[in-house]
Design a protein around this ligand. Structure first.
Ligand code: ATP
Ligand code: MG
Length: 461
């Protein structure tokens, strides 16, 4: 259960206390009233309040002083100033001291309730941010790898245990699940941390060129080899070499790699001398190597050599509980990078992102948050900053669910209409005239409905 926010109303005028007390209670808030700054501050010795409505002009301790004192006791208190028209100036200075907003007396009830609602939302975001920051700072990260799911927690244990050894590690995971990140963490936590970490993109070069890169070549080994050149294995000596997408190595290179692993030595292309190296190997792949072995595309003996310690990175859709802290992690990184102060991510965005199935895994999530931060014009990440395809896939699933008790009949009908229209537009590739025929309405009616129901048609054609 979410704890209810208690609103602390501080004002010296009994009538204001009475009106506010009644109004806020009738809206379901819990209210505590104090008729002076002194009385208000006394209460903080035994309890706390998330939200404060504070009058600026009071006999005795004035509002600004009360505000500062509350701030000292509760640095995250959200404080709304109530002020008479004449003292707007001091309300502005209160804002500078960290008040959330101010309301002028006499105030309209709706206006006050709206400000209170906004303040409570702000408070909720703030609390969520603090909680996520706590989680990120403490137990749910290891070397920039974030995760609180059981899978990730046991991964941290494996990394901690395996890193200091010399064992070869095979990392398997879909694209964007963090294979490179994990391999760097392993290197960083080994006694090789200050020595080279070399990445080999196994699939990026034609085999001959790759071998010359890996093992080096002597002068004259092939046309264009005008001098001796050291390879990556030599460069990685005493350090770690990371073979990314190891499944794309061709059979000859696989055989050579196997030999280096067995003997810790190799020869340069065209050379006659063996070169000894001490290299720790980490390999990564997003394919199923066992399947490739069956198809004779990957050597079984190499697989056994690589597969000493296996780390399987789960896809993001299988550890959805990690999504909110990953969002917060990337929010921190990219708001700093873009020099934007972002307060948080709205609840509906979190819901959409948690429900999405992330074929591109964490890289896709990272890109999406970066994009949202660049696009947002406010201090919040709202649904407007999400790419349209995410909104439409979310709408589809929402619409498909049956009406719940909180929906009234009108809303239910609108949802069903929206569902039918979206489906007809999809079937007709966005051609409204054809969709209207399918739905049995006039094109003008359909067009009017699209506008009224606020249907985003940009992605439906
Ligand atoms: N658990 C995680 N916590 C924080 N950031 C992560 C995590 N996993 C991945 N990332 C980030 O996601 C991005 C993609 O990760 P990485 O490049 O390691 O994935 P990969 O598995 O090597 O992908 P590919 O197969 O496409 O090469 C990187 O920016 C990385 O920092
Ligand atoms: Mg990678």
């Amino acid at each position: 259960m979410v704890q209810k926010t208690t609103i602390h109303v501080i004002d010296d005028e009994p009538i204001i206390l009475e009106v506010l007390g009644e109004l806020l209670t009738s809206e379901g808030y819990e209210v505590e009233i104090s008729s002076s700054g002194e009385e208000a501050l006394d209460k903080y010795s035994t309890r706390s309040f998330g939200l404060v409505l504070l009058d600026l002009l009071m006999p005795g301790m004035d509002g600004i002083e009360v505000l500062k004192k509350i701030r000292k006791i509760e640095p995250h208190a959200v404080i709304i100033i109530i002020t008479a028209y004449a003292s707007v100036e001091s309300a502005i200075s209160a804002m500078k001291t960290g008040a959330f907003d101010y309301i002028q007396k006499p105030f309209k009830h709706d206006e006050l309730l709206l400000t209170v609602k906004r303040a409570i939302e702000h408070k909720k975001l703030q609390e969520e941010n603090i909680r996520l920051k706590d989680e990120l700072g403490k137990k749910f990260s290891f070397e920039n790898i974030i995760g609180k799911s059981t899978g990730m927690k046991s991964l941290f244990e494996v990394i901690k245990a395996a890193a200091p050894t010399r064992s070869t590690i095979l990392i398997q995971g879909e694209s964007g699940t963090g294979k490179e990140l994990v391999s760097r963490a392993i290197h960083q936590n080994s006694n090789r941390a200050n020595l080279p970490f070399i990445i080999v993109n196994s699939g990026s070069l034609p085999p001959d060129l790759l071998e010359s890169h890996l093992f080096g070549h002597v002068k004259g080994a092939f046309t264009g080899a005008v001098s001796d050149k050291k390879g990556l294995f030599e460069a990685a000596d005493k350090g770690t070499i990371f073979f990314d997408e190891v499944s794309s190595l061709n059979p000859e290179t696989q055989a050579k790699l196997l030999r280096v692993m067995q003997d810790q030595e190799f020869m340069m292309l065209g050379g006659t001398k063996t070169i000894k190296v001490d290299v720790r190997l980490i390999a990564a792949t997003n394919s199923d190597l066992e399947e490739l072995i069956k198809q004779n595309k990957f050597r079984q003996d190499l697989f056994y050599r690589l597969n000493v310690i296996k780390i399987e990175l789960p896809p993001l859709r299988e550890r959805k509980e990690d999504i909110p802290i990953l969002m917060k992690h990337f929010l921190d990184i990219y708001s700093k990078e873009n020099k934007k102060e972002i307060e948080g991510i709205t609840e509906d965005v979190t819901e959409i992102l948690v429900n999405y199935d992330w074929p591109g895994n964490i890289r896709e999530l990272e890109n999406l948050i970066e994009r949202a931060i660049v696009l947002t014009k406010s201090k919040l990440i709202t649904r407007e900053t999400l790419p349209p395809f995410l909104l439409s896939s979310h709408e589809d699933t929402q619409i498909l669910s049956s009406p719940n008790n909180e929906l009234n009949l009108k809303e239910y009908i609108q949802i069903q209409q929206k569902k039918a229209i979206i489906s007809a537009l999809k079937k007709t590739k966005g051609i409204q005239k054809n969709a209207a025929r399918l739905l049995g309405v006039k094109p003008t009616t359909l067009n009017e409905m699209i506008k009224r129901l606020d249907i985003d048609i940009s992605h439906l054609s």
